[in-house]
Design a protein around this ligand. Sequence first.
Ligand SMILES: C[S@@+](CC[C@H](N)C(=O)[O-])C[C@H]1O[C@@H](n2cnc3c(N)ncnc32)[C@H](O)[C@@H]1O
Length: 204
Amino acid sequence: MSQQSHADEDPRRHYFEELAPRWDVDGQDPGGTVARLEELADQLQLQSGMDLLEVGCGTGQITGWLAARVAPGKVVAVDFAEAMLAQARRKQLAAEFRRADVCCDPLGQRCFDVALCFHSFPHFRDQAAALRNLASALRPDGRLMVMHLAGSAQINAFHDEVGGAVSGDHLPSRTDWECLLAQAGLQIRQLLDHDDLFLLVASS
Ligand SMILES: C[S@@+](CC[C@H](N)C(=O)[O-])C[C@H]1O[C@@H](n2cnc3c(N)ncnc32)[C@H](O)[C@@H]1O
């Protein structure tokens, strides 16, 4: 799909809208996820006062944890599935939730220290457009982080197994990351791809 294609044309939006009511029950274990983040906190280097953009925030399972790490910095959490955001807003977390499609909607210009895509990047239908958009939302010394609590091989195989709208939603290979990030004016600073952690950190 082209950069101009809209969220309404993306079959994944309907897919995630449908999943939203069950996401915190049938999906990943929210408590276990936050416990794992706590273990990995040093690697994420989130500091008090940072402004953070969380992209593909879903029901806000990690948003409260992020907000506590960066306070009094702000967290803006975006997702293109309104039903996911509705669940997140009910939790009354210390974050601003906005509906936005990372592939084509404005996210702000140079206003975030960190942009975090947690368990979301493979689903972005135009990954090149998403990266350009994210790069322009970062301050000059800002960092993009793409994170999964599993390795890329497991993530890619899982999406193929689930099938349907998310079949083929993969993390790029290292070579493709380099190319996509370069198009967005970013470079890889760290790339970990272990069975239990994928972490990409990029900056300009
Ligand atoms: C696998 S879920 C993960 C949700 C959340 N990060 C979590 O860990 O619970 C992926 C999320 O990305 C969102 N998403 C997919 N494509 C998107 C896009 N183009 N723009 C914004 N959000 C998107 C989906 O609506 C969904 O909520």
